[in-house]
Design a protein around this ligand. Structure first.
Ligand code: 3EB
Length: 315
């Protein structure tokens, strides 16, 4: 049986589906649950004027549950899960979060994480002698190793520095595996040389799910990285173009016949870069009618020199 999974970025003022997973970029970081909905606030700041809420809906009557910092919303073929906890001693916290999240998924028969988002504060600060992004990567890698998640089973992912002191993780898991997609322009993150992190980031560049509405492509956060190296350190326009070239290469690899992106989220280190990046996006997607809905967010990208990152969904 194919699964039903739909994703939408809707104006905040509009009435969205009343059940499913909702993401609202709002302070403080946290989760609201109840009435068949799981609402996650990653603690990021959306850039005005437009305000969107992200909705994920699935088929069936949802079953909500909670185990400490873990919240779960289970549908027939899809499980949404979230974790909100402290982000000090990030390696330990991340490992605990991933172990708890993935164990809860497995117990319910959802062995395959297809997409996961990670947010925590002070991403470039040092902790126990390493940068906190590296500490996060180590905790995550430890948990995936312990749970024996193979490279072919890695989810698409986002990891962004927020302005809050909290670890917020949420994910989408399925009973049957999503198909990972790697980018021919980029070294797979799990093969990055050690200098980026003593234990490599463990994610796929994108994952593909077959749904009742057709193929769904879940794009990981994508930046101006070619091979494993950051490109155009001081040039936000060139970074935007390189990032779009990466997204185009992913689309070409997944299959050109697949749908275009329906929505994108752009994380900007410096909000004042928005008009310049928006011009690059407009140029790139101007042939698409309608082009993707775009949400703009203030966030720190995992490498200091990277000024933006783009994630999204093709549907
Ligand atoms: C990169 O390509 C940019 O560690 O989960 C993008 C998406 C990035 C996910 C993660 C990191 C992660 O390496 C950074």
């Amino acid at each position: 049986m194919t699964l039903t999974l739909r994703s939408q970025l809707m104006p905040e003022a509009a009435t969205g589906p009343d059940s499913g997973l909702r993401i609202r970029l709002r302070d403080p970081a946290g989760v609201e649950a109840g009435r068949g909905a799981l609402e996650v606030h990653p603690g990021l700041r959306a850039l005005p004027p437009d305000a969107y809420a992200e909705y994920w809906t699935a088929r069936g009557t949802p079953q909500a549950s909670q185990e400490g910092p873990l919240r779960l919303l289970e549908y027939d073929e899809v499980l949404f899960a979230s974790w909100v906890g402290p982000d000090h001693d990030l390696r330990t916290q991340t490992e605990a979060a991933y172990r708890a999240l993935l164990a809860a998924c497995r117990t319910r028969g959802f062995q395959h994480p297809a997409r996961i988002w990670n947010f925590f504060g002070n991403i470039h600060a040092e902790e126990n002698g390493i940068e906190r992004y590296q500490a996060f990567c180590m905790g995550r890698a430890d948990a995936l190793e312990a749970l024996e998640i193979p490279q072919a089973g890695m989810p698409a992912a986002t990891a962004i520095g927020s302005d809050q002191r909290a670890l917020v993780i949420y994910l989408i898991a399925t009973r049957t595996p999503a198909e990972p997609i790697e980018n021919p322009r980029q070294v797979s993150a799990y093969h990055y040389p050690e200098r980026y992190s003593p234990k490599s980031p463990t994610f796929a560049r994108a994952t593909r799910l077959a749904t009742n509405d057709g193929p769904l492509i879940l794009l990981s956060g994508t930046a101006s990285i070619v091979g494993h190296e950051s490109r155009h350190p001081d040039d936000v326009v060139a970074q935007a173009r390189e990032t779009l070239a990466n997204l185009q290469a992913l689309h070409d690899t997944a299959g050109r016949e697949l749908p275009r992106p329906s929505w994108l989220r752009v994380y900007l280190r410096h909000p004042e870069h928005r008009p310049r990046v928006a011009a690059v996006l407009a140029e790139h997607y101007n042939a698409a009618h309608p082009g993707p809905t775009v949400q703009w967010v203030r966030g720190d990208i995992c490498r200091q020199e990277l000024l933006l990152e783009i994630e999204g969904v093709h549907a």
